[in-house]
Design a protein. Structure first.
Length: 336
């Protein structure tokens, strides 16, 4: 059984890890919580994955006592002998899992988990998970970052801004997006903005859609629609969302805004000339930042002062560090 956090971005990060696990244990069945990224045929085919043999409820990832009987019934019924727990949580808050692991040992069920690495690690989640698998004899190669590159059809000069995010604390303020969009327009770029279907994200899109430099507003209704929109971009600027992990998989240059999360942990799997981060230093020093790089107040409400730690000027600096920027200026010199 494989446990991961339920976010779709976690599915994109985990795909190469599961592919390595399948290659290392050919023919063996495994189960995992539902994740639409890992259920997508185009994700599995990119690695030649067979996919899981079945799923279990997403909330089991918390190993809560209320779910324990059902969890053990599932394990016994399906002859599960290994649990791989890739859920990012810090030890002080993972007591339910430790209780489960202790019982698993008594029952002869082996457990692998990120706690084996020895405390909080300020390394990308994908690399942490890869180190765990390698420690158990599973060879993992994360160097193939742009594993969806064959789907990319970039239009030169088209910049995308993904202004939504699953939690309000992860969204850059509208006025900062407005300033950045104007600056991108001044550089001769076309700008498209995109959001998901959540009502509060739609409000953000409505506010920005009237900006003179916005040529199109995209309301994304599916994972495939997000993939195809990013595939057509020359470059992407985004809040910390699924979009940045898809961009890395597509080989689309991306600058990510880490307003309430730790970019050293949640950055996409891509080299620095393709992926750059802009980190709120206020967020890193906030007492609500957990050791696993996430905010304790994601969904309980917060005035999000950490967003003030990121400016449009910071984003432009990182855009200019991308290999995309060097290519763009080379193209302009040829035209001139």
């Amino acid at each position: 059984m494989v446990f991961i956090n339920e976010g779709v971005g976690n599915g994109i990060i985990t795909a190469p890890l599961l592919a390595a696990l399948e290659r290392s244990h050919p023919g063996q069945r495994y189960f995992m919580a539902p994740n639409i990224a890992l259920e997508a045929e185009w994700v599995r085919s990119a690695f030649g994955m067979q996919g899981s043999s079945g799923t279990f409820p997403a909330l089991w990832r918390r190993f809560s006592p209320i779910d324990r009987e059902e969890l053990w019934n599932f394990i016994d019924r399906n002859d599960v002998d290994l649990v791989v727990n890739l859920r990012m949580e810090f030890a002080e808050k993972d007591g339910n899992y430790f209780d489960f692991r202790s019982e698993a040992t008594k029952r002869g069920v082996e457990c692998w988990d990120l706690h084996e690495l020895g405390g909080p690690q300020r390394l990308p989640f994908g690399e942490q998970a890869a180190r765990l698998l390698r420690a158990h004899g599973v060879p993992v190669d994360l160097n193939r970052s742009a594993w969806l590159a064959d789907r990319r059809q970039a239009r030169p000069g088209l910049a995308g801004c993904y202004v939504g995010a699953s939690a309000a604390v992860k969204r850059w303020p509208t006025e900062d997006w407005s300033t950045l969009i104007a600056q991108l327009g001044d550089q001769g770029l076309e700008v498209e903005i995109a959001v998901g279907l959540a009502a509060d994200e739609q409000v953000l899109a409505h506010r920005l859609s009237s900006e003179p430099d916005v040529t199109k507003t995209v309301h994304l209704h599916s994972l495939e629609a997000l993939r195809d929109w990013i595939a057509g971009l020359d470059v992407l600027v985004s809040n910390d969302t699924l979009a940045v992990h898809l961009a890395a998989a597509l080989g689309c240059p991306v600058v990510t805004l880490y307003l309430a999360t730790d970019g050293d942990i949640w950055s996409p799997a891509a080299p620095p000339d393709v992926s750059r981060i802009v980190q709120s230093t206020l967020a890193l020093s906030c007492s609500h930042m957990k050791p696993n790089g996430t905010c304790r107040l994601y969904y309980t409400g917060c005035p999000a002062p950490c967003a003030a730690g990121v400016t449009p000027a910071d984003v432009l600096i990182e855009l200019n560090q991308l290999e995309w920027s060097r290519r763009r200026f080379s193209r302009q010199e040829v035209v001139e």
